[in-house]
Design a protein around this ligand. Structure first.
Ligand code: SAM
Length: 324
């Protein structure tokens, strides 16, 4: 059985990139009057606690969402001082105003964490939304969300978390292989769909499956918006995947966008005891087929701020390419 649990990684730099992009996509795609079908082939648990054993053990959110939040200067308000309290409010980031896409990401976090929203104090950021909760937040009555998750524990958590929303049949959760399940939903009834394909790439074959699944999806429904997250690691399959997706989009005559965020070098280092230290995930990317025309500008503004706040060494940077 799979050992990957997204709870260890929730709120890391890859989630900041993925979820900021996802919010920008959902915001645009749900503005139209026609119903949208959203299919999340690898949903995870839906919601995560940032103070759980998982996240605290891995500490990945510290290098991700918490580091981003350190871009907020925290100051005492007059009101707080007058009461002798330590009430804190967030004031705009030192980098200037937040890019709109990052502002939307932070607003969504505030919506789930009332104490954080009230105080601006990152220590009150306890709940982190996974892709299903982000997608659900933007749906209106006519839209549908289909979620797939294979891991038994995460499936159970996801089902419970979605149940609590009380949204009935608008959101469905299935313990099925998301790559296979996608086929049965394309083309969607109202001919508008966004698909998020976000596997753990724990199994090497995931890279090839993503490419094959996207090729099949574009054949079934050419005008859908297809969103793939991928890790950038020293492994041939990881480098090949965005190239394959680009070739597929170009051959099908579809527009595409590829955004990457690097936070550190991918080189192995040694610690003071001479032990080899693996760098962890240094970079990741989002490849989108049929992106909305607004996405490039959204990311053009957000990516430099992510680099400024999440970058760990001089290798930090971003790329943003697109084609039509
Ligand atoms: N999309 C989620 C988010 O952004 O919050 C994170 C998903 S996590 C990277 C990948 C998930 O896919 C894991 O929870 C794993 O158990 C699940 N998984 C792995 N293989 C799968 C498959 N073939 N079909 C559906 N889910 C799968």
């Amino acid at each position: 059985m799979f050992s990957y649990r997204h709870a260890f990684h929730a709120g890391n730099h890859a989630d900041v990139l993925k979820h900021t992009t996802l919010i920008a996509l959902m915001k645009y795609l749900t503005q139209k009057d026609t119903a949208l079908t959203v299919i999340d082939t690898h949903a995870g648990a839906g919601l995560y606690r940032l103070d759980s054993d998982y996240t605290e053990t891995s500490g990945e959110a510290v290098e991700g969402v918490f580091k981003l939040l350190s871009g907020q200067k925290i100051s005492e308000t007059q009101e707080g001082r007058a009461q002798g309290a330590t009430k804190k409010v967030a004031i705009p980031a030192p980098i200037g105003a937040w890019a709109p896409a990052l502002q939307d990401y932070l607003d969504l976090l505030r919506g789930l964490n009332p104490q954080f929203a009230e105080t601006g104090d990152a220590s009150h950021l306890k709940i982190y939304p996974g892709s299903p909760f982000i997608e659900q937040q933007f749906l209106s009555g006519r839209d549908k969300l289909k979620l797939f998750e294979l891991h038994p524990t995460d499936f159970k958590s996801l089902s419970g978390n979605i149940e609590q929303l009380g949204v009935g049949r608008q959101v469905t959760v299935a313990r099925e292989d998301g790559f296979e399940a996608l086929k049965t939903f394309l083309p969607p009834p109202a001919r508008r769909a966004m698909v998020l394909c976000d596997p753990s790439y724990e199994i090497k074959s995931d890279y090839a499956r993503v490419a094959a699944c996207m090729a099949d999806a574009v054949k079934r429904f050419a005008t859908g918006t297809y969103v793939v997250w991928y890790p950038i690691i020293p492994r041939p399959e990881a480098h090949d995947l965005p190239r394959k997706l680009k070739t597929l989009a170009v051959k099908a005559g579809r527009s595409w966008l590829n955004a990457t965020l690097t936070v550190k070098s991918s080189k192995l280092t040694t610690d003071s005891a001479g032990q080899v230290v693996r760098p962890g995930l240094p970079a990741s990317g989002m490849f989108i087929i049929n992106p909305p025309h607004t996405l490039k500008a959204d990311l053009q503004a957000a990516l430099p701020q992510m680099v400024a706040l999440l970058g760990q060494d001089r290798n930090a940077g971003f790329t943003l390419e697109h084609g039509s």
